[in-house]
Design a protein around this ligand. Structure first.
Ligand SMILES: *Cc1c(COP(=O)(O)O)cnc(C)c1O
Length: 426
C-alpha cells in the first residue's frame, strides 16, 4: 500500500487515506485536551506545525495586553510598578512556569533572552565549580542550537576555560569526556534539528558523578514534556517561552537556579534589579536572595505580561497529559507519513526519511524528516496551508504543540506531504 501510494497520483493517494482519516476523527473524539484548541487564535484551514518555533496566540491575550498598555501604562503610569505588580512580574511568572518544568516555587525567574540566560548560567556555573582550579572544561553539546555554543565559547574565553564538544545522543562518549577537569556541562534537552530527546536524568547523574555542574537548555521541552528539574537534581537551566509556552515573539526567557545553589549563585550580569535593595541606589552591589538573583535590568513588561496571560491556557492541564498526547500525535503522524509517503523502493530525492527517533524515550515533540528537496517541499506545504519549517539543507520540521494540534491536523499534514512528493516525482 505505501509503495503504491507513493508511486501513484494524488487522486489514488486520497482513497488510501480514508482509514487513517477516520482513525484521526476517532482519536480527536477521545482526546482529553481537544477543547484547548478553542482557546487559540487559529484558522481552521491551516495546519500549524510550527509551535516549536513560535507558539500560537491564545485568543484572550490581545485584550489583556491592551489593558496593560491602556490602563496600566496609560492611566496608572508609574504606579503600575507596584499597583499592577510590574516589579515582581519576573519571579511571579517564573513561579507559574515552575510546575511545568518540575520546579518548586522560588527557583525560576523570567528575564532576558535564552541567549543571555545561557551566558549567566555558564559563567555562574563555572564560578560554582571554581573552588577546584583543575576544573578547566566547559563541556558543550556539539549539536547544540548555535546560540548556546557561541555564548558558551565566549563565556569560556572570558573565564579562561576551554570548550569540549560532546554528543549527548551518545551517553557513553559523553561520560568518557567527564572527569576531574569538568567544570560545567551545557546540554540541550531536545535537539532542535532532529527532535531527539536526551536523557536528562542519566546525563545529569553522570555530570554529578564527575563533580561538575549540569546546565540544561529546555527550549524544546518546556511546555512539551515533563522535565523534572528538582527530581533529577539539575543545577541550572534556561528556556524559551515563545515556543511551547506561547508567550509571543521574543517573549522573555526563564532561568532556573536550584535552591541549593542560590546563595552561591554569582551572576556575571549583576544589574540593579538583582540588588538586595535596588532603590537604595547604592554604589556597592549586594545580591538579593533567591531566583531574583538571575534578574539584570528593568523587565520588558509588555512582553512579560503577554506571557503571563498566555500561561492561563495551562489551567487544569498536567504536563503528563501533554506528553501523552504529544507522543500519540507524533506516532500517528509518523504512521501516516509511512503509509502515504513511505516506500522503500522510492529512490527519488523527493522522499522522506524520519530522523526523529522512533523510541518514545528519545523523542521530543517534533518530527523531523530528511528530504533531498526539503526547501521546495516546505514551500509547497506552506502554500497548501501546512505550516512547518525548514532547517537547511535537508530537514523538514513539524512541531506538535499538544494544546492545539489535532490528529486530523497530523493526518492532513501527512497527506499533503505525500501529494507534494508525488508531484515532484512526476
Ligand atoms: C529557540 C532556542 C534558543 C533561542 O534563543 P534566543 O536567545 O531566544 O534567540 C536558544 N537555544 C535553543 C536550544 C533553542 O531552541
Amino acid at each position: 500500500m505505501s509503495e503504491t501510494t507513493s508511486e501513484t497520483t494524488s487522486e489514488t493517494a486520497y482513497e488510501g487515506t480514508r482509514p487513517l482519516r477516520e482513525r484521526a476523527v476517532e482519536l480527536d473524539a477521545v482526546d482529553p485536551l481537544a477543547a484547548k484548541r478553542d482557546l487559540f487564535a487559529l484558522d481552521d484551514d491551516v495546519v500549524y506545525l510550527d509551535g516549536n518555533s513560535l507558539g500560537a496566540l491564545p485568543a484572550h491575550v490581545p485584550a489583556r495586553v491592551a489593558d496593560v498598555v491602556q490602563r496600566q501604562w496609560g492611566e496608572l503610569r508609574i504606579r503600575s510598578w507596584t499597583e499592577s505588580g510590574w516589579w515582581t512580574a519576573p519571579e511571579r511568572i517564573g513561579d507559574r512556569i515552575a510546575p511545568l518544568v518540575g520546579a518548586a516555587p522560588g527557583q525560576v525567574v523570567v528575564a532576558d533572552s535564552t541567549s543571555v540566560n545561557v551566558f549567566k548560567a555558564v559563567v555562574a556555573g563555572v564560578r560554582l565549580a571554581s573552588a577546584d582550579p583543575r576544573r578547566t572544561d566547559v563541556v558543550v553539546d556539539a549539536t547544540t542550537f548555535p546560540t548556546d555554543g557561541y555564548v558558551a565559547e565566549s563565556a569560556a574565553r572570558l573565564t579562561g576555560h576551554r570548550i569540549v564538544p560532546v554528543d549527548p545522543a551518545d551517553p557513553a562518549a559523553l561520560r568518557a569526556e567527564l572527569g576531574p577537569t569538568t567544570a560545567v556541562v551545557l546540554l540541550n534537552h531536545v535537539d532542535f534539528r532532529s527532535g531527539r530527546l536526551h536523557d536528562l536524568p542519566a546525563l545529569t547523574a553522570a555530570v554529578h558523578d564527575a563533580g561538575a555542574v549540569a546546565v540544561w537548555d529546555l527550549c524544546h521541552s518546556a511546555g512539551a514534556l515533563p522535565v523534572g528539574l528538582d527530581a533529577h537534581g539539575v543545577d541550572l537551566a534556561v528556556g524559551c517561552t515563545y515556543k511551547y509556552l506561547n508567550g509571543g515573539p521574543g517573549s522573555p526567557a526563564f532561568l532556573y537556579v536550584a535552591e541549593r545553589h542560590q546563595a552561591a549563585f554569582d551572576s556575571p550580569l549583576p544589574g540593579w534589579n538583582s540588588h538586595a535593595d535596588p532603590f537604595a541606589m547604592s554604589r556597592d552591589y549586594a545580591a538579593v536572595d533567591g531566583a531574583r538573583r538571575g534578574r539584570v535590568g528593568t523587565p520588558d513588561i509588555l512582553s512579560m505580561l503577554a506571557l503571563e496571560a498566555a500561561l492561563d491556557v495551562w489551567e487544569g492541564v498536567t504536563i503528563e497529559e501533554v506528553r501523552a498526547k504529544s507522543l500519540a500525535l507524533t506516532d500517528f503522524f509518523l504512521r501516516c507519513v509511512a503509509e502515504y509517503a513511505g516506500g522503500a523502493s522510492v529512490t527519488s530525492v523527493a522522499q522522506v526519511t524520519p530522523v526523529t527517533p522512533a523510541e518514545h524515550a528519545a523523542r521530543g515533540s517534533q518530527v523531523a524528516l530528511r528530504c533531498g528537496e526539503a526547501p521546495v517541499v516546505m514551500e509547497r506545504l506552506i502554500a497548501r496551508g501546512v505550516v512547518g519549517d525548514l532547517r537547511r539543507p535537508d530537514l523538514l520540521r513539524f512541531g506538535f504543540a499538544p494544546l492545539y494540534v489535532s490528529f486530523a491536523d497530523a493526518e492532513r499534514a501527512a497527506s499533503t506531504l505525500a501529494e507534494v512528493l508525488a508531484e515532484l516525482r512526476a
